[in-house]
Design a protein around this ligand. Structure first.
Ligand code: ATP
Length: 379
């Protein structure tokens, strides 16, 4: 059997020009009075994709979900589902189900009654409902809790009931608004993997709204990063982290150091960037930056080495002083203040018990990195 990891790695329909997206947002704008919550946004999502909408509070994530579910209509633009324009189609006639932030379980009903509710409303025969509910209970591992009421369950168990209820009707698309928001950190992490398994086993398309970048990175095939109703980047978690499209995305996802400067020279392979203090950085991932451009060089803390002496081989080496450091057990985080005053964050894995080149507060230190360790951002 293929592992979940290898299945996910080979799933990339967005790289296939002949693949047809299942959900299409086409120049969608949503206004509330004068306020534009979603601004001319276009986005495509593929069948069986686990897609995350990530952004700060108020960026328009929930508005997008609500329009997809049919609770709101776009002010302009179109939403297509399986090729069909959704305008005017009520929520219950869309192949979509939505799981809300609050779960909204019926408190007076047992777990199995909660799961059966939507199926009964649809008029499904009783024997079939019983079979479907049993399947769902098994799927979310709550067989022995079937007769309990919601208040007799833990937060994580309630979340699983809500999930079972949302997928019982076998929607093609499940929309989840902050599905793990009510859970504590440890339970969240466990439940993330359960959600991924469930999505995979049922072959559903998931669109998840979250403001938690780690959650999006863990679960999603692709992430759309939103800001003020616009898409900043759509990419896989690894691309978003290693090749952010803009300063905003680089700063939003994970920790990053930014060196502002100008492109002094550029050829096919490398670019030289000169900072305000005259320090020069040689980079390989310069994208479409050309000589003269004002750019930022973005580099993650784990890509920077900190040493007490100037490294011999490194092209990019800068001297400074250890301003602060934090020993976190598995790694040490250094804050090195460069001679021009810029603070640089670097992290080193503590793979050996004793570090040979131990550094302490106020020590002189060198930071260094390879030319391909970061990216040049023009936006
Ligand atoms: P959060 O993470 O806080 O839920 P969000 O990204 O989901 O935020 P939305 O709920 O989509 O944000 O809201 C986007 C913007 O639109 C917000 O500024 C919000 O105040 C505004 N908004 C949403 N619904 C309405 C409404 N019915 N009337 C007026 N403004 C609204």
């Amino acid at each position: 059997m293929k592992s979940l990891g290898s299945i996910r790695r080979s799933f990339a329909p967005w790289t296939d020009p002949s693949a047809k997206p299942y959900i299409v947002f086409e120049n969608v704008t949503k206004k509330f009075g004068d306020f534009t919550a979603v601004n001319n946004l276009s986005l495509t999502i593929y069948e069986k994709e686990f897609f995350a909408l990530l952004g700060a509070s108020g960026c328009g994530k929930s508005t997008l979900l609500r329009m997809l579910a049919g609770f709101d209509e776009p002010t302009s633009g179109r939403i297509l589902l399986d090729g069909q324009d959704m305008r005017g189609i009520p929520p219950y006639r869309r192949p979509v189900n939505m799981m809300f932030q609050s779960y909204a379980l019926f408190p007076h009903m047992t777990v199995e009654q909660n799961i059966a509710f939507g199926l009964k409303q649809e008029g499904m025969p009783k024997a079939e409902i019983d079979r479907r509910v049993a399947d769902m209970l098994k799927l979310v591992k709550l067989e022995q809790f079937a007769k309990r009421k919601p208040h007799q369950l833990s937060g994580g168990q309630r979340q699983r009931v809500a999930l079972a209820r949302s997928v019982a009707k076998r929607p093609k698309v499940l929309l989840l608004d902050e599905p793990l928001g009510a859970l504590d950190k440890k339970l969240r992490e466990e439940t993330q993997f359960e959600l991924m398994d469930l999505q995979q086993n049922l072959g559903l398309t998931f669109v998840v709204v979250t403001h938690d970048q780690e959650e999006a990175m863990t679960m999603a095939d692709r992430i759309a990063i939103l800001d003020k109703g616009e898409v900043m980047q759509v990419a896989t978690p690894a691309e978003v982290y290693e090749a952010p499209a803009s300063r905003f995305v680089a700063g939003f996802v994970g920790n990053v150091n930014m060196f502002e400067g100008k492109v002094a020279a550029r050829d096919d392979h490398t670019a030289r960037i000169t900072g305000a203090s005259g320090a020069e950085i040689v980079v390989e991932n310069a994208g479409d930056a050309v000589a003269g451009d004002t750019v930022a060089f973005a580099i993650r803390p784990e890509k920077i080495k900190v040493t007490s002496r100037r490294p011999e081989e490194a092209v990019n080496a800068m001297e400074g002083e250890v301003f602060d450091l934090a020993y976190l057990g598995d790694m040490t985080v250094y804050y090195v203040k460069l001679s021009d005053g810029q603070m640089v964050k670097a992290s080193a894995l503590n793979s050996a018990r004793i570090t040979e080149d131990a550094l302490s507060w106020n020590d002189r230190a060198w930071i260094s990195f390879k030319p391909d360790a970061g990216v040049v951002l023009t936006r």
